[in-house]
Design a protein around this ligand. Structure first.
Ligand SMILES: *Cc1c(COP(=O)(O)O)cnc(C)c1O
Length: 448
């Protein structure tokens, strides 16, 4: 860093860049989301020919817009869609179509692009898990969508067991239980062999599980000896892009991905990829059929958005996306590295959320606030910045070691220019914590 180039005294070049960046950000934040970067023709068509400024419904509703330096977290509405995906969504909204035809053709297109035999576009990974279970139950029992889950407590189908490693139970179990199945838990490979029997409908594997259990290869081989289909939940496990065909190529019969995470499609879209026999059965359970998937309708805008996101993603490279994250991190590092006790490093978790994470370590006694306090302060400031939830963590999780004294930042979801805002706010918070936001946060308004 040149002497004149201290963060508190930005040279005019950087200041201009920062201003331009923040104007771009303000513009991006206040633009009608579906119209970012569209042609005038589309803008006019979408707005029905009106040139009046459109209301910003977040502002109208008093909803706080945030800068996402956290990652693809569901409660933060996950990723924002890149401009070509937003345009595709806006285009799709212009015309009604036959929903089944769209489902089918979009599924075929995505399957072909992602080297799978088949694909069912679901309303998220959780819904893909439900549809995979329904497909497996139908295949095992030769039954119909309406038979699932059957009468409460008494499934209409006898083959109702899903075999899973004890360590792979998680919050998405309910996505399978919706289909009226029961779990059979296993620990060792021997348990597993014995558990697979005449009543097994499916096996379930949680790809990003921190604990080491039965390997994927053994899991698939043993199930296939007995003719049982294997489902893999890989919801958040892209990048690398090739993971979108790695696991189906390995032999998993069905693999679920979230469409709204790093694939950057609509948040309520997802992919069930795999053998056509199963993805076709999954399709038969999704809206408009009256079935367990009826409440998991994927609207035409989401289906088209999902397809466009796959197209967008396949035009990117892992190296390009990684570099963009790191370039943005360099902006932040430059702004904080002269602060006493601050040390920065970058790590990439192995399986889930396999993107660069910037750790900004500091001595809380010297700075005058803990990492957790600074996270709250940045959230309650204007603009609201959300840091990665590993900030101030006391235990390792999801492939990230404990970070008791670090702010954890991801930059892949920032809108262009927001890295400058994040950098300045983090600097301000580290130099004078009380000047940023409030802590503890104000209590929510009382309900009367
Ligand atoms: C996010 C996630 C899901 C759910 O994904 P949605 O697309 O939000 O339904 C399921 N499984 C795992 C492991 C996840 O990380």
């Amino acid at each position: 860093m040149k002497k004149s180039d201290t963060p508190d005294n930005l040279p005019s070049y950087s200041r201009r860049r920062f201003l331009r960046a923040s104007q771009a950000t303000v513009a991006a934040l206040s633009a009608v989301p579906v119209l970012g970067g569209t042609t005038d023709i589309l803008a006019v068509t979408v707005s029905g020919g009106s040139t009046k400024p459109r209301p910003d419904y977040y502002d109208k509703l008093g909803v706080t817009k945030l800068i996402n330096a956290a990652g693809t977290y569901t409660e933060l509405t996950s990723a924002v869609m890149p401009p070509p995906v937003r345009e595709a969504v806006a285009q799709a909204a212009l015309h009604p179509v036959h929903l089944e035809e769209l489902q089918q053709k979009a599924g075929e297109y995505v399957a072909q692009r992602l080297k799978a035999e088949g694909c069912c576009i679901s309303c998220g990974a959780s819904s893909a898990i439900t549809l995979a279970t329904a497909a497996s139950v139908m295949a095992a029992n030769n039954c119909q969508p309406l038979d699932i889950p059957g009468r409460i407590g008494t499934p209409l189908f006898p083959k109702n067991e899903v075999v899973v490693q004890k360590i792979h139970h998680y919050e998405y179990d309910v996505a399978m239980q919706l289909c009226g199945i029961k779990f059979v838990d296993v620990v060792t490979l021997d348990d597993y062999r014995q558990a697979l029997g005449p009543n097994t409908a499916m096996t379930q594997y949680f790809n990003a599980c921190d604990a080491v259990g039965i390997s994927r290869e053994d899991w698939i081989a043993v199930a296939h000896e007995k003719g049982v289909p294997c489902h893999l939940d890989a919801a958040a496990d892209m990048p690398p892009i090739s993971n979108l065909w790695k696991y189906t190529g390995m032999g998993f019969d069905m693999v679920s991905f979230s469409g709204g995470k790093d694939i950057r499609g609509p948040q309520n879209a997802g992919l069930l990829l795999g053998r056509k026999q199963y993805t076709d059965l999954a399709q038969r359970n999704i809206c408009p059929v009256d079935s367990v998937g009826r409440g998991m309708k994927v609207a035409k805008e989401q289906i088209v958005g999902m397809v466009a996101a796959v197209d967008w993603l396949l035009a990117q490279t892992d190296e390009g996306m990684d570099q963009e994250s790191r370039d943005r991190m360099a902006v932040i590092v430059r702004m904080v590295r002269d602060i006493p006790s601050v040390k920065t490093s970058i790590m990439v978790p192995e399986v889930a959320n396999h993107v660069p994470h910037l750790m900004i370590n500091f001595d809380p006694d010297l700075i005058g606030a803990s990492a957790r306090e600074l996270r709250v302060r940045l959230r309650t400031a204007t603009p609201c910045i959300e840091l990665n939830p590993h900030t101030g963590s006391t235990r390792p999780s999801q492939g990230v070691p404990a970070q008791p004294n670090a702010l954890v930042v991801t930059t892949f979801l920032l809108n262009p220019g927001e890295e400058y805002i994040v950098a300045r706010q983090i600097r301000k918070a580290l130099k004078n914590p009380k000047s940023v936001g409030t802590y503890p946060p104000p209590p929510p308004p009382a309900v009367t």
